[in-house]
Design a protein around this ligand. Structure first.
Ligand code: GLN
Length: 400
């Protein structure tokens, strides 16, 4: 390095409180200690070879230049067809669906497109860590309320509910946007259709928009059904719906997702989208369009992941970990405070560091999903792994 740092002007950080995301930090720590990585949410098994064959075919068919700004038409039509079939809402693929570079870009772009400096944006914590900085970059003010953890007689959390009273208090004329996430990362909580009705009542007669992060829409277990914002016409009329092909098709590294919204919202979304990514890589979009036409590829996902969850849960049953409910997503949260070891008293972040370096299993502290970390002794494991990986991780966790 021949640069002199003294010559680089200092400037105020746009995100002074932000470091590297916990997902990146924990994956790096897992690699450093050769730990089994149940931290960052991604599968360790291969995607379907058929999907890769579609990418190869698309490249060989010379689909290698810029696609249309909003995305390959066949893929947008496929997405519209899927939403219509599953949730009964007809989005116009021409004007109401945009293919994004993953869910996180869709979220950032949606926020930048509608939040002006000084606008308030309501989030429900624990919340995915990109929401708050995205709001701050738009000049907006994040207003956090907390999910309610319901406990049984023994004091263990057995379900979560939406903090309606708190939401009613914070939703004001200045509220530009509410961000909801169902199925919820990290708790796996799913919204019921009655929850959507209640949200609709809360925002009626306001100008508040909704961003519904539904990237885990196809991972719902135990007979629950995903309630998409698209299934609720009055909410759909004021909502950005976000989803992700990476999660659904085991290709998180492709970074392809989509956003659906009413035309007037999508017009603003695309104004931002065209200048932050312009568009998303072409061959993957052609491949996904072909693959999406077989509904079984996503309809089989609940049973595929439910058996992984059950296997992982069973393995932890006889340990001192207390398992929280996980009716959806590919995450299982666990409380470690009753393990009866000195490390049970560590903060969530320190416990995860210790678990990674000393026990060889990486996990994510749930405190990372709060602006002001609430330490309740709960960590998140990702079970989107090969059975062998889960078995190896369980063997280590069972020693605790
Ligand atoms: N959504 C993933 C998770 O919660 C991580 C995405 C990322 O690393 N940016 O683990």
């Amino acid at each position: 390095m021949d640069q002199n740092p003294l010559l680089t002007p200092a400037f105020p950080s746009r995100l002074p409180e932000v470091g590297t995301t916990v997902f990146t930090v924990m994956s790096a720590l897992a690699a450093e200690h050769q730990a089994i990585n149940l931290g960052q949410g991604f599968p360790d098994f291969p995607c379907d070879r058929e999907l890769i064959a579609h990418v190869n075919a698309a490249m060989l068919a010379d689909h290698n230049q810029y696609p249309p700004m909003a995305g390959v038409a066949e893929l947008r039509c496929g997405v519209a067809g899927k939403i219509s079939a599953l949730y009964g809402h007809n989005y116009d693929p021409e004007s109401e669906i945009t293919i994004t570079a993953g869910g996180t870009q869709g979220i950032m772009t949606a926020i930048l497109s509608c939040v002006s400096p000084g606008d308030e944006v309501v989030i429900i914590e624990p919340a995915y860590d990109s929401y708050r900085p995205s709001i701050q970059l738009a000049g907006g003010k994040p207003i956090a309320v907390s999910l309610i953890a319901n406990r049984n007689d023994q004091g263990s959390v057995n379900s979560y509910s939406i903090p309606w009273d708190d939401l009613a208090k914070v939703i004001k004329p200045k509220t530009r946007l509410i961000i909801i996430n169902t199925p919820h990362n990290p708790t796996g909580m799913v919204w019921q259709s009655s929850d959507l009705d209640r949200l609709a009542r809360l925002v009626e007669n306001t100008n508040t928009l909704i961003l519904s992060d539904e990237v885990y829409e196809h991972m719902v277990y135990d007979g629950h059904a995903h309630q998409s914002i698209a299934s609720h016409p009055t909410l759909a009329a004021r909502s950005f719906l976000i989803s992700s092909f990476g999660k659904t098709y085991h290709v998180t590294g492709w970074k392809v997702g989509y956003v659906a919204a009413p035309t007037s919202m999508m017009v603003e979304f695309r104004k931002v989208h065209q200048f932050n990514v312009f568009t998303v890589n072409t061959p993957m979009q052609h491949a996904l369009a072909k693959y999406l036409s077989t509904a079984d590829h996503y309809l089989n996902l609940p049973s595929f992941y439910q058996s992984k969850r059950d296997y992982f849960k069973k393995g932890l049953q006889d340990t001192g970990f207390r398992l929280l409910p996980s009716p959806a997503t590919y995450f299982q949260c666990a409380n470690y405070t009753q393990l009866g070891i000195p490390e049970s008293n560590l903060s969530e972040a320190n416990f995860c560091t210790w678990l990674t370096s000393e026990i060889g299993v990486a996990a994510i502290p749930v405190s990372a999903f709060y602006a002001t970390p609430i330490d309740s002794g709960v960590i998140r494991f990702c079970f989107a792994k090969k059975e062998q990986t889960l078995a190896d991780a369980l063997a280590r966790l069972q020693t605790l």
